[in-house]
Write a protein that binds this ligand. Structure first.
Ligand SMILES: Nc1ncnc2c1ncn2[C@@H]1O[C@H](COP(=O)(O)OP(=O)(O)OP(=O)(O)O)[C@@H](O)[C@H]1O
Length: 462
């Protein structure tokens, strides 16, 4: 027999037969912390308002000689209205099995036949209790997930921009969000590709489902399949447990594949198969799992040139680029710089509780001339740093740190060092600077193809 302190769970039994109620209470009390009994179903709403029951045992028929179960259905649906995650076990007489089966379809958890055997009743209530525990845990997880999502989305809510280019982007988001069309977002680092992807998701009918973000540039070749498609226990040495991949987790919602241009050819082929079939197979299994996702991809690579150079599959590109959004670099949307800078100033002044109020004209002029290789992310960090460091109300050019590369310094290095790699790195930086980061022009001047220039940029971390 259990002792009182270890007993768990609250059970409510509703039946018009007082003998049955008494017997149920006597027996269940030995196993559960609290057992309430009620013979009048009209009292149910009130009871549920005052107590959180884990399991409710509910009779199907209350009026004498009526065995249709109508009343049971009525009370079942009332209970589920009050508490959608209530766990209701129906009590039904022999012969009422069909009704009980229908009740389960309508949301009951299980049923017991009366007269019952105590051990059977106990087993039923015990497993109902377990179900309740997982429902409560799931509800908690869901609301935690929602809270996290809301916090992220709040940050992504304000998309600042009034330049013609951004207005066009807003219009496209409006048009495509509601559709399930695949979207490809192109733009340099820090131009707001993820922000736009989230905006599309939160304006779509999938907004209450997850937005799952995968940085393909950060996933190693060996982990690619298991990360994206999942694996079953024992599929490889480290696979101690079965795990769903990002495609499966995103099902119902939006999958954002960032840096799609960084995928190797073999991985592009694997990705294409999944996108075409809308099915994933976990590593180590051969079961097809259907996935329902809205796909948004992004890259800062010159993807069309890569197709020409056979480093990116054309069929994959045509799968993902149904709608294309080009985000111009910040230096090409000069109209937005002041607006963005003031937005970040306000945000960080509030965050760090500083009295910084505005930007001097000189700062704005300087910003509008600067080439912003890191785009909006760089602008945001510049403002965060300036707000933290400054003790004035108005920020001045000295509060910022523009353009860390100095010509004279580099030339000095060039003359002193004869290491080929070092010289190559410096040359590339200089040419890039000359063309304001324009890869095509820089590659042309250096006598390289764009993709070999990209490879070097990566190699030298430029
Ligand atoms: N129009 C905008 N208005 C306000 N904030 C923006 C805007 N665009 C970008 N940002 C901010 O700039 C930062 C970088 O944006 P985001 O991460 O979306 O860029 P990205 O293009 O995905 O970058 P990467 O290519 O490096 O992944 C984020 O903090 C984002 O909130």
């Amino acid at each position: 027999m259990h002792n009182n302190s270890t007993k768990q769970g609250k059970v409510l039994v509703v039946d018009d037969n007082e003998d049955l109620l008494r017997a149920a209470k006597l027996f269940l009390k030995r196993h559960f912390r609290q057992v309430d009994i009620e013979k009048d179903p009209e009292a149910i709403p009130n009871l549920l308002r005052n107590e959180q029951y884990d399991v409710i045992l509910l009779d199907m028929n209350f009026t004498k000689d009526v065995s249709s179960g109508h009343e049971g259905f009525l009370w079942l649906s009332k209970i589920l209205d009050i508490d959608p995650s209530a766990v209701v076990v129906l009590i039904t007489a022999y012969g009422g099995v069909d009704t009980a089966v229908r009740a389960i379809k309508e949301g009951a958890t299980d049923f017991v036949l009366k007269p019952w055997e105590n051990e059977k009743l106990l087993a039923t209530v015990m497993s109902a209790m377990k179900l309740r525990e997982s429902k409560v845990a799931l509800d908690r997880l869901k609301s935690r997930h929602k809270q996290i999502n809301d916090t992220i989305n709040a940050k992504f809510k304000d998309i600042i921009g009034q330049s013609a280019a951004m207005l066009k982007v807003f219009e496209t988001i409006d048009r495509v969000a509601e559709t399930d069309a695949n979207v490809l977002i192109l733009g340099e680092n820090g131009t707001g590709k993820e922000l736009i992807a989230r905006a599309i998701h939160s304006n779509s009918s999938r907004s209450s489902e997850p937005f799952i973000n995968v940085d393909l540039g950060a996933i190693s070749q060996t982990l690619f399949e298991s990360e994206l498609f999942g694996h079953v226990k024992g599929a490889f040495t480290d696979a101690k447990e079965s795990r769903a991949g990002r495609f499966e987790i995103a099902s119902g919602g939006t999958l954002f594949l960032d840096e799609i241009g960084n995928l190797s050819m073999p991985l592009q082929a694997k990705l294409l198969t999944v996108i075409q079939n809308r099915n994933v197979v976990r590593v180590g299994s051969n079961k097809q799992i259907p996935v329902d996702i809205r796909l948004i991809c992004a890259t800062n690579m010159p993807i069309y040139e890569m197709v020409k150079e056979n480093t990116f599959r054309q069929d994959l590109l045509y799968r993902v680029n149904t709608i294309e959004i080009k985000l111009p670099p910040l230096r090409e949307r000069v109209d937005d710089i002041k607006l963005l800078a003031e937005h970040f100033l306000k945000f960080y002044a509030k965050k760090y509780n500083k009295e910084v109020r505005s930007l001097s004209q000189a700062v704005i002029k300087r910003m509008e001339k600067y080439h912003w290789p890191g785009n909006i992310r760089e602008l945001e960090h510049a403002l965060e740093r300036a707000v933290i460091m400054s003790s004035e109300h108005i920020l001045q050019p000295e509060d910022f740190y523009f353009n860390p590369i100095h010509h004279s310094q580099e030339e000095g290095v060039l003359l002193e060092k004869f290491n080929l790699e070092e010289v190559e790195r410096i040359l590339i930086r200089k040419v890039l600077k000359k063309y304001d980061g324009n890869i095509t022009q820089a590659a042309h001047e250096l006598g390289l193809t764009r993709s070999s220039l990209y490879r070097r940029l990566e190699k030298y971390g430029l």
